[in-house]
Design a protein around this ligand. Structure first.
Ligand code: F6R
Length: 241
């Protein structure tokens, strides 16, 4: 695991964009896209490079990490909507090449299997962008998720629902259940790029990078990966040894 500590979120965003740009310039690229606040600076930087410097996503495909169960796809906070609004609609990535999980699928388990199969059919993910929850989750793999898990239904912890309430009118509106790529699914990506910003993530970052590999901290699964990069700002690095 490579840990890169940078002074501020802008430097983190530029470095993440450099890594993604280098992969895009090699040819066809399958991106794994996280939602939430953390990658927004990186997406803004990639959009800027697309608009100002012609960085192209025309040969790329993308898979989102997770989705709220029960939210209609066109709900403003569905991850299908968020990733389009915040990123993919602003670059030359074809909409049909942006693959999301259907949170309203009649058979969510079949939808989860369909999604894993679609990732494999695309040749797997080249770069998976990840945020980290305050409880160490990646995707929505909450503590005690199996390190080998596949895309499936999960129940959000109280802490994650509280953390995400800022995106909804009230805590009661935050769904309890999600569909998320599993830790086994995520670990199949060829390069994992975990971004951590701010003091609130410091404890989770330290547990992920320096604690034992354990389901109690799902992000510690990155230690098992041959090509994992952790990009953090100084406050997020503050609890590293
Ligand atoms: C979102 C996701 C989550 C977030 C995590 C951090 O697709 O998979 O794991 O990355 O909850 O969220 P933020 O970035 O909002 O702090």
């Amino acid at each position: 695991m490579e840990i890169i500590i940078l002074p501020d979120p802008n430097a983190v965003a530029r470095t993440a964009a450099d890594i993604i740009q280098a992969r895009l310039e090699k040819g066809r690229t399958v991106l794994g896209l996280a939602t939430g606040s953390t990658p927004l600076g990186t997406y803004e930087e990639l959009i800027r490079r697309h608009c100002d410097a012609g960085l192209s996503f025309a040969d790329a495909e993308a898979f989102t990490l997770d989705e709220y169960l029960g939210l209609p796809p066109d709900h403003p906070e569905s991850y299908r909507s968020v990733i389009r609004r915040e990123f993919t609609d602003n670059v030359d990535l074809r909409d049909t090449a942006v693959h999301s999980i259907d949170g309203q699928a009649k058979d969510p388990e079949a939808e989860a299997t369909r999604f894993d199969t679609a990732i494999q059919a695309a040749g797997g993910v080249d770069i998976q962008i990840l945020g980290i929850g305050t409880d160490g989750h990646i995707g929505f793999n909450e503590p005690m998720s199996s390190l080998a898990s596949r895309t499936r239904i999960k129940t959000l912890t109280k802490q994650t629902r509280l953390d995400n309430a800022r995106f909804f009118p009230s805590l009661d509106d935050v769904p309890y259940h999600v569909l998320t790529q599993g830790l086994g699914t995520i670990r199949e990506a060829r390069h994992l790029l975990l971004i951590g910003l701010g003091q609130a993530k410091a404890r989770a970052v330290a547990a992920a990078a320096e604690g034992p590999v354990t389901a109690a901290c799902p992000a510690s699964a990155l230690q098992l990966h041959p090509h994992a990069t952790v990009l953090i700002d100084t406050p997020a690095a503050s609890q590293l040894e």
